[in-house]
Ligand binder design. Structure first.
Ligand code: ZN
Length: 499
């Protein structure tokens, strides 16, 4: 199992490199630095499509985008708890002195979630299972060291500062401005899509674990009493989610499709606002085109929860390369952050509730990044069928919408193909490319690999009756349509069934 995963992983990563999705580790010509990657033209377009889906879903839920600085001074990170508590457990090889994350060493070899293990449990597990240094095969020192993940920098001549390890904290700081902007109406929601930095010790999972990565985190500010009376809940309570509550994780191997209302009654969710936030997270990922059968929602066990979290669920995606991968965390952060920053800044971070009582709002966050869903889409949709390699991306997410070919480059077929490409690009506002080299079969194959859903071929019949051949990537079915119907037909095929 692990072996077949590894083979798939290598194939996929080399595919991403060769076809122009993701390059790295970068900078390649200097030997590459682990944890840094370049999104090549097709990968960047896919990532933009993912991010625009996120913007779309948040917009429909009245959650507003902001952009905050990525570097902030030490005081901020001291108050947030990151300077003290944002660490990874490291273990050192007794011989080559290589350092590794103890929890990841365990997870790579055994099917357990180890990031909540105590230092002692990590050491015992490594000893019990005789886990050795992956570099030289020697045993490890019997000591766990704490490695802080914050990337330090200096502002001006002497202000100690850090690259943000998450967008969340920076999103919370303009709280007073938000209250003003939203005309003192609580609840309100904001989100940020932007870079964050973590000084991972030995990142080895491609873009799943980077030192510089893109986060997209939504933050709902609300009063504690609003959690129980969350009006938007009514609209989603009949939805079904693949839930795996922590009490079930011992007994049941798989999540169970559960109606949200039933989950709330059973006490899996503490309140309506939290249930609504979990549903929103699920919607984000299904809208991006992650298949439902590849998604599960796993509740954190009690000792797995972050130091500030009141309840926590993860959305996980099943990949061929790495198995189940955590892709989103939904946390009730309570009033922890605002209280911490009020104390450290000396400012009052409160709002008036309907009884004119001053209260520190709570925050529910939907924390995720955009690199992991991009990887997941490529991983899940990369297929080798009998005679072709095909990237079966959701049609509305593909980096290139349409490719246009002339059957041969003579008798004006190439001019017509070029005109159709230009019209699709300029008038239809789609990503269309022209390809005139090689056999048509070869050109179809190139487009299948890039995930392009539709190919249009201009041939000699076009000269007679103004029709072209339109070929569907998945079914490989071809139909003839009029040139004047291309725009409408293509858009239907790309976006049909989408709201
Ligand atoms: Zn070693």
């Amino acid at each position: 199992m692990a072996q077949s995963r590894k083979i798939f992983q290598e194939q996929l990563i080399s595919f991403m490199q060769q076809k122009g999705f993701i390059w790295g580790p970068e900078p390649e010509i200097y030997g590459g630095l682990a944890g840094f990657y370049t999104y090549a033209p097709l990968g960047k377009r896919l990532k933009n499509n993912v991010e625009n889906k996120i913007r779309d879903v948040f917009r429909k839920n009245d959650i507003w985008e902001v952009e905050c600085p990525t570097i902030m001074q030490k005081e901020v990170w001291k108050a947030s708890g990151h300077l003290e508590g944002f660490t990874d457990p490291l273990i050192e090889c007794s011989k080559c002195k290589g350092s590794f994350r103890a929890d990841k060493l365990i997870e790579e070899k055994h099917d357990v979630v180890a990031d909540a293990f105590s230092d002692k449990k990590l050491l015992d597990f490594i000893e019990d299972k005789k886990i050795k240094c992956p570099t030289c095969g020697s045993p490890f020192n019997k000591e766990i060291k704490k490695h802080n993940l914050m990337m330090k920098t200096t502002i001006g001549t002497g202000i100690e500062a850090y690259n943000r390890p998450e967008t969340a904290t920076t999103t919370y700081l303009p709280f007073i401005r938000y209250v003003d902007y939203f005309r003192k109406k609580i609840p309100f929601g904001v989100f940020q899509i932007g870079k964050a930095y973590r000084n991972e010790i030995s990142p080895r999972q491609h873009v799943l674990r980077m030192r510089e990565f893109t986060q997209a985190e939504g933050q709902i500010f609300l009063f504690p009493e609003q959690k129980k009376e969350w009006q938007k809940y009514e609209k989603i309570k009949d939805n079904t989610l693949p839930l795996w509550p922590y009490q079930m994780q011992e007994a049941e191997k798989d999540p169970k499709d559960t109606k949200i209302e039933d989950a709330l009654k059973k006490g899996h969710f503490k309140n309506k606002a939290y249930a609504w936030s979990i549903n929103l997270a699920y919607t984000l990922f299904t809208e991006m085109g992650i298949p439902k059968e590849n998604i599960r929602l796993r509740q954190h066990t009690l000792n797995e929860r972050a130091f500030y979290a009141d309840d926590a669920w993860d959305l996980e995606i099943k990949t061929n390369s790495f198995g189940w991968v955590e892709c989103c965390g939904i946390h009730d952060r309570t009033d922890y952050d605002l209280k911490q920053h009020a104390k450290a800044s000396g400012k009052t971070l409160e709002a008036l509730d309907e009884n004119n009582k001053k209260i520190v709002p709570n925050i529910i966050e939907i924390a995720f990044g955009t690199d992991r869903p991009v990887f997941a889409l490529l991983d899940i949709d990369y297929r080798k069928e009998e005679d072709r390699t095909i990237l079966k991306l959701p049609k509305d997410m593909a980096p290139i919408n349409v490719a246009v070919f002339p059957l041969v480059k003579k008798e004006g077929l190439d001019t017509i193909a070029q005109e159709i490409t230009d019209s699709l690009t300029e008038n239809s506002n789609l990503v269309a490319v022209y390809d005139g080299s090689g056999s048509v079969g070869r050109r179809y194959a190139r487009m299948d690999e890039k995930g392009t859903p539709i190919c249009i071929t201009v041939d000699f019949d076009t000269l007679k009756d103004n029709t072209v051949t339109l070929r569907d990537r998945d079914s490989q079915k071809q139909v003839r349509i009029k040139i004047k119907d291309i725009d409408r037909t293509v858009k239907e095929m790309l976006f049909e069934g989408k709201k």
